[in-house]
Design a protein around this ligand. Structure first.
Ligand code: C2O
Ligand code: CU
Length: 482
């Protein structure tokens, strides 16, 4: 049973006769995402309510699917906030289990980071929590629960969080491209039975068989010949690293994980996103009026059409196809200081299927892999399963911290640091310079990757694999910035 066959079969079946329906839905995509401006101080907080809902994630015309959603929609409302302005959002829990909200990638005040059990108590069903924070960096971010994340994200709880530039760049469309791979079971409902399946937890995580973009199957984006598009791509999948190819566009990459690139990467028409990663792509529509430009998901052997851009029959907007690349204003993060006695720790990743971990420490006890599996724990960092009371490292304020990751598992891991952006400074023993800022880095099997950050944001910050089944099965630790 592979993703490749499953998703292909479903999409092949449902593609028959969908063209007309898809066209009818065209244009709805751009305006179809609910938008919500979060409020500034003084106003009452905006409410964000996760609760069971029905979402039209299948082909148009098919019955909506029972999911969990923020404010009834998948993705949840697009939060657009202003840089450095206080934003207030009240979480009201309409779910049958506790939850919290984490603002992924925001260099936030620690108390507002939304990590149940570390920075706040989980919010019980019917309960609420007031988030009030400033986002220091303009860019593309997202929000999701941080309690039973593996289940709550799989059920549909995620949304885009956009921090606007003070002066937005000149584009004709500022579009979201929020990708998710769902696992559907019989009757096109979510496969709930396999939630928590050890088979997924010990392998690559929960892989889906149904791809949606902005909560829709194969959406249509209507554009005009000559348009320039800013496409904010977010991978919200539990575990799947996705890749997208944009046909018929001239593209360049302007930002990764919310942070602008100092020099845009030119001639990009294909991007790869590990779970939780983002990319801001600038796409120039060079095709003739009337063209249909596919977006392909290319991470498996069978490319799937993820959606497409329909170039309207309107005449060409502009003819200067040699427009300058967009250079987004820097957020002025502090560069790691590698020559000023950085604090360096190793993080050895072990466990999982086809790994050679025989035992590890869980809740203070050394357990055999057999006993660990019984408890649903199959991964370890430095021989320790799950987050303990002791941080991986304590870094003095302003000092540079280096986490040297060594992947001794048979799987890639998308490592995410809360509260900071970091730079890769070493890969497989070789120094690396000029890396982009990231908050999530994919570490391939047998790879060694050292990341560096400046501990300028005090608090308790998680460091974990964002393949959410791996997080739940042990790949989670934390650091403390003093
Ligand atoms: Cu996207 Cu610990 O989170
Ligand atoms: Cu992992």
């Amino acid at each position: 049973m592979t993703f490749i066959n499953m998703i292909t079969r479903r999409q092949m079946i449902t593609r028959m006769g969908t063209a007309a329906l898809a066209c009818a839905a065209g244009g709805g995509v751009v305006g179809g995402l609910p938008r919500m401006a979060a409020s500034a101080t003084g106003d009452t907080a905006r409410i964000l309510k996760p609760a069971p809902a029905l979402a039209p994630i299948l082909t148009p015309g098919e019955a909506p699917v029972p999911v969990w959603a923020y404010d009834g929609s998948v993705p949840g409302p697009v939060l657009r906030i202003k840089r450095d302005q206080m934003t207030s959002i009240r979480l009201e829990n309409g779910l049958p289990q506790p939850t919290s909200i984490h603002w992924h990638g925001i260099r936030i005040d620690n108390a507002m980071d939304g990590v149940a059990g570390l920075t706040q108590e989980a919010v019980e069903p019917g309960g609420s929590f007031e988030y009030a924070f400033k986002a220091p960096d303009a860019g593309t971010y997202w929000y999701h629960p941080h309690f039973r994340t593996w289940e709550q994200v799989a059920r549909g709880l995620y949304g885009a969080l956009i921090v606007e530039e003070d002066v937005p760049p000149a584009v004709d469309h500022d579009l979201l491209f929020v990708a998710d791979d769902w696992r559907l079971g019989d009757g096109s409902n979510l496969d709930e039975e396999s939630l928590g399946a050890m088979m997924d937890w010990s392998h690559g995580g929960r892989m889906g068989n149904w791809l949606t973009i902005n909560g829709q199957s194969e959406p249509v984006f209507t554009v005009r010949s000559g348009d320039r598009i800013r496409l904010r791509c977010i991978n919200t999948s539990n575990a799947r690293t996705l890749a997208f190819r944009f046909d018929g566009m001239a593209g360049h990459l302007a930002a990764l994980d919310g942070q602008p690139l100092t020099t845009p990467v030119m001639d990009i028409t294909e991007i790869m996103l590990a779970p939780a990663q983002r990319a801001d792509l600038v796409l120039d529509v060079l095709a003739e009026p009337g063209a249909r430009l596919s977006v392909w998901e290319t991470s498996t052997r069978n490319a799937l059409e993820a959606g497409y851009f329909q170039v309207s029959s309107d005449p060409v907007m502009r003819t200067d196809t040699a427009a300058d690349p967009i250079v987004l204003p820097s957020n002025d993060l502090v560069e790691p200081k590698l020559d000023q006695a950085p604090l360096r720790v190793d993080l050895v990743m072990e466990g999982g299927a086809m790994g050679d971990m025989r035992s590890a420490t869980y809740e203070g006890e050394v357990l055999s892999i057999r006993d660990l599996v019984q408890k649903g724990k199959v991964w370890a960092f430095n021989g320790i399963v799950d987050r303990t009371d002791n941080p991986l490292m304590q870094v003095a304020r302003g000092r540079t911290g280096i986490i040297n990751m060594v992947n001794r598992t048979a799987w890639p891991h998308a490592m995410h640091l809360h509260g900071f952006h970091f730079k890769v400074v070493e890969r497989n023993g070789k120094a690396v310079t000029g890396s982009p800022w990231r908050d999530t880095e994919l570490v391939e099997r047998n790879e060694q990757v050292a990341i560096a950050f400046v501990a300028d944001n005090p608090g308790k910050w998680l460091f974990h694999c964002h393949m959410l089944e791996h997080t739940a099965a042990g790949m989670i630790t934390w650091i403390e910035a003093l």
